[in-house]
Write a protein that binds this ligand. Sequence first.
Ligand code: FPP
Length: 251
Amino acid sequence: MLAFPEAWALARASLLTQIAPPPRHVAIIMDGNGRWAEARGLPRSEGHAAGAEPVRTVLKAAHRLGIRYLTLYAFSTENWARSTEEVGNIFTLLGQYIDSETAELLASGVRLMAVGDLRSLPAQTRQALDQAERLTAHNQDLTLSLALSYGSRAELTQAVRELATKTQTGSLDPLAINEDIFGQSLWTGRLPDVDLLIRSGGDKRVSNFMLWHLAYAELYFTDTLWPDFSEADFLSAIADFQGRQRRYGRA
Ligand code: FPP
């Protein structure tokens, strides 16, 4: 038998999916770890450590709702400018997350993917990600993508460079380039358009995240700092999305 909180969460998820279809692809800018720690007189690393728990919570809730893609902005190209200590802390945490969660992801039908300029990641992180990706490659319920060393402008620039090189070497006709071909050249090329973007931490901007895929996304901003982001916060964002009218430029 399911424990009460588990059964209650399932009931709420099933109610929500009856109101309207859930978003297919949810992307999240997990902001506010540093401020959460500073407000408690703790080092920023404690904020990032506390930020790993909502990742588990949101993944579970997304899975229950039948959401197919969840993409998390875990480390931006701009984040390299932080102190070596903080950057090291974030990658240590990521390594711990991959080590502790891969078996559970595998068992629960979740496929793990990393998107971004992955060549710049520490070798250990890359190896752990490669292994987790390989192990979970056949899972089809939900794709969890971690955006790492990711920035949209860098991503768009590398796509242009790749296509330009192909046209120069004659393997691609410039006139054959269309939105599909361009989209497939992105680091995030295997992902569909984002339906809902959630940003925690109070700021209302997209910060160089998935600009191509956000073209028609619904945006949801909350003041809640990421370590405090709960299942209820996630369900509120989903319910808000379900109440939106999406017109895609049509009347
Ligand atoms: C932004 O908060 C958060 C990050 C740069 C790191 C996100 C990392 C985690 C949530 C750790 C766990 C991740 C996984 C996938 C297990 P910030 O530091 O910019 O916060 P601030 O705006 O308050 O300074």
